[in-house]
Write a protein that binds this ligand. Structure first.
Ligand code: CA
Ligand code: CA
Length: 184
């Protein structure tokens, strides 16, 4: 009888301790990370993201030979999204004589499901056609997808948290902002 009482007492105390410990996800890489959680209770991770739009915020006035992109006016910009193997995932229409920021909306959006890899965003000046020999490279910006995920042991690049809605790339005097939506 005494033993039974002791066991019950221990169970009651243990249960009180457990319920006072907050349950939640303790993995900082997860979408539902709870820094106050004491007991790990299920984590959720994004597995893909969609690219909604790409904005060219600014770009250099001249090419690598210090010559204006086009004689007499600004570059006629179009944008490409490529995977790590340089395969084209999306190519936009062009905007003529871009002097201020421009934005391309992807319709349909494209979905990226390999979060461990990298991509490229390329902006070109359309000269005579859509092939590379007829256009000038303005910028090819490296897009390190995994840097924004916070896999265990890595840190997201945006500084305020992982999974940013806008990913900004700065490369060769150009600034590009990518609008994304993360998905489970
Ligand atoms: Ca040109
Ligand atoms: Ca032009």
């Amino acid at each position: 009888m005494k033993n039974a009482f002791q066991i019950i007492s221990i169970l009651v105390i243990a249960s009180a301790i457990l319920t006072s410990c907050k349950k939640g996800c303790r993995d900082a890489a997860a979408t539902n990370y709870d820094e106050k959680a004491k007991i790990n209770d299920g984590c959720v991770y994004y597995s893909k993201f969609q690219i909604n739009s790409v904005k060219l915020v600014t770009y250099p006035n001249v090419n690598s030979s210090a010559v204006p992109w086009d004689s007499g006016d600004n570059a006629d910009c179009y944008m490409r999204i490529m995977d790590s193997g340089d395969q084209i995932l999306f190519q936009s229409d062009k905007y003529d004589n871009v002097s201020t920021e421009v934005s391309w909306t992807l319709n349909p959006v494209i979905t990226i499901s390999d979060l461990s890899n990298y991509m490229w965003i390329m902006i070109r000046d359309y000269d005579t056609d859509y092939i590379d020999s007829g256009s000038e490279l303005i910028v090819k910006a490296f897009f390190p997808v995994s840097d924004y995920i916070s896999f265990p042991g890595t840190v997201s690049e945006d500084g305020t948290g992982k999974y940013p809605d806008i990913i900004e790339l700065n490369e060769g005097g150009a600034t590009i902002q990518i609008s994304v939506t993360w998905q489970l």
